[in-house]
Ligand binder design. Structure first.
Ligand SMILES: C[S@@+](CC[C@H](N)C(=O)[O-])C[C@H]1O[C@@H](n2cnc3c(N)ncnc32)[C@H](O)[C@@H]1O
Length: 267
């Protein structure tokens, strides 16, 4: 990727806005301006995003220490900062990150440097075949197909066709026993709520179309992946809310946007 891709980044990017919400410094003025508009409407958003990131850390531990996966393939990773998957997994775990934003990919070189067993590739989460068929990725995997996939914080950015294709392709590709950790974003969103309408508009003005769905629709799209015993768990119940210091006001604000759901699906 040439340096020009960074200089040319004149449009806000969801990945860099996300970094801003998390308090990072890999973002531009254009990202901060749009993100600040969103925060004005939804002051709880940085806390919500922190909740999503904490869930990712929880996932990293659950997948490797409890479910014994030694390969984690994460789509739409955003920036792999020190609160991401590779920080939480045991030594020797292969972590393959990807994102379609070239600027995010460029920044990750600086962030990951020579971190062992951790890789980052440019890739569209809606076309996982592009990542999985890369010769470098095939070399890293060495034929391993019993893996854990993570699709976290991205379902709202994919239309039905791309999301269906992605999860079906992953199902076909994976060996039995593989796992897909999935975040069903916006599944309890109240589209009548004025704040929800405005935030959708702001994202759309920045070029990202937001797709919201019911939990039932998500499950239809995800079949034949099967949620494990726990099923989908509301992110509001995923981690202790106290630790996030969410007040009554935050919780009321959360409600119309929905905490979203997360679940472990098994082949
Ligand atoms: C909300 S962040 C989520 C980051 C991380 N997965 C997490 O949960 O903390 C969304 C990320 O998805 C990326 N993204 C959106 N659509 C994508 C697509 N079709 N393919 C790959 N990345 C995508 C954006 O560039 C951004 O980095």
């Amino acid at each position: 990727m040439s340096k020009d891709s960074i200089v040319d980044a004149s449009k806000p990017s969801a990945g860099r806005m996300y970094d801003y919400y998390l308090g990072g410094n890999h973002n531009f003025e254009v990202d901060r301006q749009v993100a600040d508009q969103v925060i004005k409407l939804l002051p709880f958003l940085p806390k919500y995003i922190r909740l999503q990131r904490w869930a990712l850390q929880d996932i990293a531990t659950e997948l490797t220490e409890n479910r014994k996966f030694d390969v984690v393939i994460d789509f739409a990773s955003g920036l792999p900062t020190n609160d991401h998957i590779h920080y939480k997994v045991p030594k020797g775990t292969t972590v393959i990150y990807s994102d379609y934003d070239p600027v995010v990919v460029e920044y990750t070189r600086e962030i990951l440097k020579d971190t062992p067993d951790t890789y980052f590739f440019h890739g569209d989460a809606g076309k996982p075949e592009e990542l999985l068929n890369k010769p470098e990725v095939q070399k890293i995997l060495g034929g391993r197909r019993k893996v854990a996939f993570v699709l976290w914080g991205v379902s709202m950015f994919l239309n039905d066709e791309d999301l269906t294709h992605a999860v079906q392709y992953l199902y076909e590709w994976a060996a039995p026993g593989s796992c897909l950790v999935f975040n069903a974003q916006g599944s309890d969103v109240d589209l009548e709520n004025p704040a929800a309408v405005k935030i959708k508009k702001i994202y759309e003005q920045s070029g990202a179309v937001i797709h919201t769905r019911s939990l039932e629709r998500y499950l239809e799209i995800l079949a034949p992946w099967k949620p494990d015993g726990k099923g989908f768990v509301s992110l509001l119940d995923w981690h202790g809310l106290d630790a996030l210091e969410l007040g009554k006001e935050d919780l009321e604000a959360f409600e119309p946007m929905g905490g979203g759901y997360g679940g472990y699906l098994i082949k």
